[in-house]
Every structure is written in structure tokens, then in C-alpha cells.
Design a binder for this molecule. Structure first.
Ligand code: PMP
Ligand code: GLU
Length: 397
């Protein structure tokens, strides 16, 4: 009999991907499911990026590339970091991978030893904890509730640090809460981290451009922590390129070299054609994203307005990304037709059965009082989904 590894058995399936698989299956069975479960822009990749890919194929960019990515792509990313984030990363401090997900895995595998502690503020993106498990690290969860806009304070960070702390992982704008750390808040975290130079911080900024208020701020801008911070970004979200699979890091040369080594054994590099297309994205003025960002901002208002008409639902005001993470714990303990809702998973299953809307339980993101709604869907779809959610929630007593 084949036995799977303990490592695999300890790992949870990605809840975001599981829910989107489930809704795809139900749709195939003919059910009228609205899926707001996956964090994926519903826009298509801009034409100028597709054109660059077609040209790359015609020019025969079809072979293995350097492991960390083509030199011209890394030069373009270096300029992007300077232009958008005022960060100085030379091409040899940049590693391009098969999605930001792989970028994060490369860094964790390069830094974390068995038993090392990794501080992860909750709510967090689902994959952080599972990637840490693969590296046999111990996730130390620091909770930030809705009352603090789902952001941790410098004091909370300080209290969580022990001699075993090796890493911290967080996102801004945050998946699943949409919360955005201000420059002052990041400065506070940087001051604490600078006192512990052995801690590597993964600052996941993949939603950088999907930001509705203030300018995006990067943790690595503070010189006292520059060497410790790995800045993660990618093309999936802003450039609507989820299927192309390209993410990247900017880091100290030591960490970049380590990721290069890991990647050389795991994937060699990401797709050559994708890399050439990504140069077009890096060189484009982010102003071309304005229509998409405005569309997301309108959808955010639509979803929040609808949620705020439902008794018992609590919301924050997400400053970025394309998620709302309402606190729905008011409904726990209530029931419909004999089914008692005990937690976020029960509520998501109930909404899937009763409202035919697929969402993701907050438990997967480290806060079971909440559920995640991805509003990367048309206003028409969102209006219908919110109507169905309201009707179903109001049936619970
Ligand atoms: N980080 C966060 C916070 C995300 O939401 C995602 C979404 N998939 C990723 C990383 C990974 O993105 P990708 O692998 O598509 O570049
Ligand atoms: N990041 C997206 C999400 O949170 C895509 C799915 C995934 O990679 O987990 O839904």
C-alpha cells in the first residue's frame, strides 16, 4: 500500500481553491452558482501584454531561461521597484518565479528550519501557514480583529517575538481583509523588527495597485529593515494574469541567491513567453489600470452597502484588494430547517446550498468570526449575489 508523507498529510488543501473547485462542479451539474470564492480578477489581460507574448513566441523565446528570469525582465522589475515603491533592488536581487505563491515558498524554504517560529498576523492569506508547515516551521498567529481594522500593532508584534522567531509574513493590501497598512503603521513595525535583525519579513504586496485610498507603502522603504525584508509582488492581480504564472521578489543578494538555488532544483524558471509578456506590464504606466481600479472601488461600495443592510453583519472599510471580510458571528447558533450554523464553514455551506453563492470561510484565513467575499465579479452578478445572501441570512433564526 502506498503511504503518503507525513508532510503531505499535515497539509490542508487550499480553501480558496477547494471552494472554487466545488462551485465549478456544482455549475457543471447545472446549478446556478455564483462564485465569489476565488481571488481572481474577472478582467482579461490587456492586449499590449498579449501582443508581447505573441511576439516572444514568434521570436523563438521558447527555451529554458536563466533560473531567476531573463536579465531584461529583472532590469524592468528593478525600474518598477524604483518608480512605484522607491526601492533599490538591482537585477541580481530579483528572482522571478512561477507565481508569487512560489516566490513565498522559495523564501520560506530558504530561511525556515524545523522548529523555527514564523509570526503571521491573522487574518492571513491561506497558503502562508501551509507553506510554513512544509518547511516544518511553527506558525505563531497574532490576532488582529475587525475593531483594529484587522491590522496588528507594533506592540503586538514585539510581544510575539521570541529567541526562536525567524520570520514574519504579512500582506498589504491584505488578502482577505483588504486592510492597508499606512506608512506610520509600517514604520512602527520596522522599529520593532530592526531590533531583531535575524528576522526575515515577507512583505506580500501583490495587491499594491488595487488600492483605493492612500498611496501604497512598502515595508522595505525603511533603511533599518531593508536587508531583512523580502518584497513580494507579481502580475496576477493588477495585470489580470493569474493563468500566466509570474511572481517575483526583491531581496538582499543573500536571500535572492538562496531562492535562485531552490528554484534551480524545483522548477528551473517560469515560462519564457510569460516572462517576455511581463516586461510589457512592468514598463507600462500603472495609470492604465485606473478603469479597473475604479470598477473595483464601485463594487466595494456595492457589496458594503448591501452588507450594511443585513442585521448582525459587521464590516470594516477595506482600503484595497478585492475582498470584504465581514464578521458574521451573529448568525452562529442560529438555524434553518433544523440545520444549526456553528461556524464560518457551516455558514458558507448554508449559503452555497440555500443562496447558491460560493464564499470562503474565515477559518481558512485565521478568523472564524468572518467569511470572505471576493468582489472580482460584475456589478450585476454582485447585486444578485448580495440579494441572495441577504435573503438566506434573514431566514436564520
Ligand atoms: N499572495 C496573496 C496575498 C494572494 O492573494 C495571492 C493570490 N493567489 C498570491 C500571493 C499568489 O499569487 P500568484 O501565485 O498568482 O502570483
Ligand atoms: N489568491 C487567490 C485567493 O486568495 C487565488 C487562489 C489561491 O491562490 O489561493 O483566492
Amino acid at each position: 500500500m502506498i503511504e503518503l508523507s507525513d508532510r503531505l498529510n499535515a497539509m490542508e488543501e487550499s480553501a480558496t481553491i477547494a471552494m472554487s473547485r466545488k462551485s465549478r462542479e456544482l455549475k457543471l451539474q447545472g446549478k446556478d452558482i455564483i462564485s465569489l470564492s476565488l481571488g481572481e480578477p474577472d478582467f482579461f489581460t490587456p492586449e499590449f501584454i498579449k501582443d508581447a507574448a505573441i511576439q516572444a513566441m514568434k521570436d523563438n523565446y521558447t527555451m529554458y531561461t536563466p533560473v531567476p528570469g531573463y536579465e531584461d525582465l529583472r532590469e524592468a522589475i528593478s525600474k518598477k521597484f524604483k518608480r512605484d515603491n522607491n526601492l533599490d533592488y538591482k537585477a541580481d536581487q530579483i528572482v522571478v518565479s512561477t507565481g508569487a505563491k512560489q516566490s513565498i515558498a522559495n523564501v520560506v524554504l530558504s530561511i525556515v528550519n524545523a522548529g523555527d517560529e514564523v509570526i503571521i498576523p491573522a487574518p492571513y492569506w491561506v497558503s502562508y501557514v501551509e507553506i510554513v508547515k512544509v518547511a516544518e516551521g511553527e506558525s505563531v498567529i497574532v490576532n488582529a480583529g475587525i475593531e483594529s481594522d484587522f491590522k496588528i500593532t507594533a506592540a503586538q508584534l514585539e510581544a510575539a517575538i521570541t529567541p526562536k522567531t525567524k520570520m514574519m509574513i504579512f500582506s498589504t493590501p491584505c488578502n482577505p481583509t483588504g486592510s492597508v497598512y499606512s506608512k506610520e503603521e509600517l514604520k512602527g513595525l520596522a522599529e520593532v523588527l530592526a531590533k531583531h535583525p535575524q528576522i526575515v519579513v515577507i512583505s506580500d504586496e501583490i495587491y499594491e495597485h488595487i488600492n483605493f485610498g492612500t498611496k501604497h507603502e512598502s515595508l522595505a522603504q525603511f533603511p533599518e529593515v531593508y536587508e531583512q525584508v523580502v518584497t513580494i509582488n507579481g502580475v496576477s492581480k493588477a495585470w489580470a494574469m493569474t493563468g500566466w504564472r509570474l511572481g517575483y521578489i526583491g531581496a538582499s543578494k543573500k536571500i535572492a541567491d538562496a531562492c535562485n538555488k531552490v528554484q534551480g532544483q524545483f522548477t528551473s524558471a517560469t515560462c519564457s513567453i510569460t516572462q517576455k509578456a511581463a516586461i510589457a506590464a512592468m514598463e507600462a504606466d500603472p495609470i492604465v489600470l485606473k478603469d479597473m481600479i475604479d470598477a473595483f472601488a464601485n463594487r466595494r461600495t456595492l457589496v458594503l452597502d448591501a452588507l450594511n443592510t443585513i442585521q448582525g453583519v459587521k464590516t470594516n472599510m477595506p482600503g484595497g484588494a478585492f475582498y470584504v471580510f465581514p464578521d458574521v458571528s451573529y448568525f452562529y447558533g442560529k438555524s434553518y430547517n433544523g440545520t444549526v450554523i456553528k461556524n464560518g464553514s457551516d455558514l458558507c455551506l448554508y449559503l452555497l446550498d440555500e443562496a447558491l453563492v460560493a464564499l470562503v470561510t474565515g477559518e481558512a484565513f485565521g478568523d472564524d468570526n468572518c467569511i470572505r467575499i471576493s468582489y472580482a465579479a460584475s456589478e450585476e452578478t454582485l447585486t444578485e449575489a448580495m440579494k441572495r445572501i441577504k435573503t438566506a441570512l434573514e431566514k436564520l433564526a
